[in-house]
Design a protein around this ligand. Structure first.
Ligand code: SF4
Length: 414
């Protein structure tokens, strides 16, 4: 098949998104230089709203890990963390990020003139809702910077989210406040928390609407677009900027739908992606699928920043509920039902599972789920072996051969 037979279309709002991200990194950098504002490092689905509500600027190491992957810097940096005793088998965000710190480099300095390093934290906050790796990752930095490490220990494999879960997590969230008051030197302000949470909810609702546009045929969006445009929802939720941005993006996508304009020229097959992106191959994968007239258009991954339960009138309980209801926290039964619903909603012809070697927490194909779901739905699946950041674990040839064979199989079914 000719490479790039069908081309992906560029999203016009991309420039606005890049500006928002640049402003975000410069604000953090300025604060770190001037010492004007306190800086917290937070896990990507940690309680960022509490931090913003108390005036912290927030850095997300996973976002930095993804940048290391997307710029293909990660693979060379991972061994530096391995040398400190962090196994090549554990999260390659963690090992790439710590490796980059040890080497004193960051992709930010290439992307943004004047930024030399990451903003040093005054506190590190984790939530183990996604995995234990984030706690170990942050613990390393807590020792390095000699700053407090605080966090929330969440249940794993949760089926129904019960009141007991909510009470326990909400209490842990509230228990963070006295320490954060001490670190920030200011009293927590309930009204400010409510304001931030309302903004975060608005961002989440708009982000969901953006992702849901992919249910249109043809889809105006690809998964690969989603992984880039989710940036503001991850790092700036709780502020006005992502709210404004997603309104613009949504209008553009709705216009595409109205004009029956897909994200690619000739969408013949529609796929769902489960698991982590392969950051070092994002563009290569986008091209590969586009060349096969196949749109990978929706994912569990991008949906991870939808927090439909946030309620400004009940901040702690609703945050506890939202951060526990996330896909990654749930039991296989709940995950299977979720994927089934998503496959029906997005009208997909097949599903790709990415088995990311260093992220068992977000690789859902290891205990028979693809087979069970295929049996139930008759929607075929393909498992790709690879990794989010360690490109030594990715075989491009094998991926290409497998994807091409899978699409041929889909064509035969049609
Ligand atoms: S969920 Fe996976 S990729 Fe994310 S921090 Fe945990 S191990 Fe790393």
């Amino acid at each position: 098949m000719a490479e790039e037979k069908a081309k992906r279309k560029k999203i016009k709002a991309t420039g606005q998104m890049q500006k928002i991200m640049a402003d975000y990194f410069y604000e953090l950098n300025d604060a770190a230089m001037s010492g004007d504002k306190k800086i917290a490092w937070c896990t990507s689905v940690g309680p960022a709203e509490i931090l913003r509500g108390m005036g912290f600027l927030v850095h997300f190491p996973e976002n930095h890990g993804a940048m290391l992957g997307a710029t293909r810097m990660a693979t060379d940096l991972i061994p530096h963390a391995n040398a400190l005793g962090y196994s090549p088998d554990i999260c390659s965000y963690l090992t790439a990020d710590i490796g980059a710190y040890v080497k004193g480099i960051t992709p930010l300095s290439k992307a943004y003139e004047g930024i030399e390093s990451l903003p040093k934290p005054d506190v590190l906050i984790y939530n183990t809702n996604q995995c234990r790796d984030v706690k170990d990752w942050f613990a390393w930095y807590a020792r390095e910077f000699k700053v407090p490490l605080l966090g929330i220990e969440t249940y794993v494999g949760v089926g129904d989210v019960t009141e007991d879960h909510i009470i326990s997590i909400a209490k842990q969230m509230e228990a963070l406040i006295p320490s954060l008051e001490e670190i920030s030197g200011r009293k927590s302000d309930r009204d400010e928390l409510k304001r931030v949470l309302a903004l975060s909810r608005e961002c989440s609702d708009l982000w969901k609407e953006v992702l849901d546009t992919a249910s249109a045929v043809p889809s105006p969006l690809t998964f690969f677009d989603g992984t880039i445009h989710m940036g503001p929802a991850v790092v700036l939720r709780g502020t006005q900027q992502p709210v404004d941005y997603y309104k613009t993006l949504l209008a553009e996508l709705k216009e595409r739908i109205e004009n029956k304009e897909g994200a690619m020229d000739d969408e013949q097959f529609r796929l769902y992606w489960d698991g982590m992106p392969v950051w070092g191959r994002l563009s290569a994968h986008a091209k590969l699928f586009a060349s096969l007239n196949t749109n990978v258009l929706a994912s569990t991954y991008c949906n991870s920043w939808i927090f439909a339960e946030f309620d400004a009138d009940d901040p702690f309980n609703s945050m506890a509920r939202a951060y526990t209801k996330l896909f990654i926290v749930r039991s296989d039964e709940t995950k299977e039902q979720y994927i089934k619903d998503m496959m029906a909603f997005f009208k997909v012809d097949g599903i790709i599972y990415h088995d990311a070697k260093t992220c068992p927490n977000n690789s859902n194909c290891r205990y028979g789920m693809p087979q069970r779901l295929e049996k139930e739905t008759s929607i075929p699946s393909l498992t790709i072996n690879g990794d989010l950041n360690d490109m030594r674990l990715v075989s491009d040839e094998q991926t290409k051969t497998n994807v091409e064979a899978f699409v041929e199989q889909l064509a035969e079914r049609k």
